[in-house]
Design a protein around this ligand. Sequence first.
Ligand code: SAM
Length: 275
Amino acid sequence: MELWYTEKQTDTYGITAKIKETYVHEKTDFQELAMIETEEFGTMLVLDGMVMTTDKDEFVYHEMVAHPVLYTHPNPKHVLVVGGGDGGVIREIMKHPKVEKAVLVDIDGKVIEYSKKYLPNIACELDNPRVEVIVNDGFMHIHDHKNTYDVIMVDSTEPVGPAANLFTRGFYQGIYEALKEDGIFVAQTDNPWFKADLIQSVNRDVKEVFPIVRVYWANVPTYPSGLWTFTMGSKKYDPLEVDETTIPDIDTKYYSPRLHKAAFALPKFVEDLVK
Ligand code: SAM
C-alpha cells in the first residue's frame, strides 16, 4: 500500500509526497509533530500539518535566514534565534567566527529532541559551546532581555498556535527593545501568493517600529508556492549598502556574495505589496 503525505496549503491547493516511513507522529504540549521519511525530500519535519524543513531543500531557507543579516551587521557578536528548534539556522550562524554566542529559544523541546535524532545534518551544531539552547516562549524571552542582542532571527512556525503572537506589532516592538542600538532583525514572512495580507500587515507593523525595512526572497520548493519572503528591520545598517566584495565566499549552497543584494530585487507584484 502506498502512503502519501499531503499538506493542504489553501482550501483548494496542496503539495503531496510519497512516504517511505513514519518515525514520529505525536501531539506535543504545543503542536502536532511528525517526522517522516519521503522518497523525494528525505526526512521531513511537519508541525500542525505544515512542512517545516526537509533534508533536500533545508539549506535554502536556513542560509537565507542567517547570512544576509549577519553580513549586514559589521560586528554580530550576540545573536538570538526565536524558534528554529531543528537547528538549521544555528548551523549557519556557526559559520560566522564573529559570533561569540548564539541563543536559541524554541517553545517546544520535542522539536529539538527529535531533530537531533532524525535530522542530524541540520541539528549538528546545537551542542556547539558557542550555542545556548533555551526551551521557552520567544515572546517572553525578548521581553525579558532589553538591549541585549546585535542580531535577532525569527525562525517561527506560521502565525497560528504557539507562533500567533510572533507576528504582532507588540512583538516587533519587543524585538526593537531587545536589540542593541545598532541591532538588526529578520523574520520569515511567508509567501505572497496565498499570504499577501500577512506580508502587508507585517511590513506595515515593522515600518512603524524600525527606520530601515527591507524584504527579500528565496525559492523553497516544499513551502507553499515555493516563493518565500523574509523581512528585515534595522536600526542603522542597510543590507543594500553592503559592499559585496567584502563578503567572504563561505561554504553555502544557495547564499553567495552575488546573491546578497540580488535577493532584495522583488518580483513586481511583491514590490507592490510592500511599497
Ligand atoms: N522554517 C520553518 C517554516 O518557515 O515553516 C519553521 C521552522 S520550525 C523549527 C519553527 C519553530 O518555531 C518550531 O520548532 C516551533 O516550536 C517554534 N515556535 C513556535 N512558536 C514559538 C514561540 N512562541 N516561541 C518560540 N518558538 C516558537
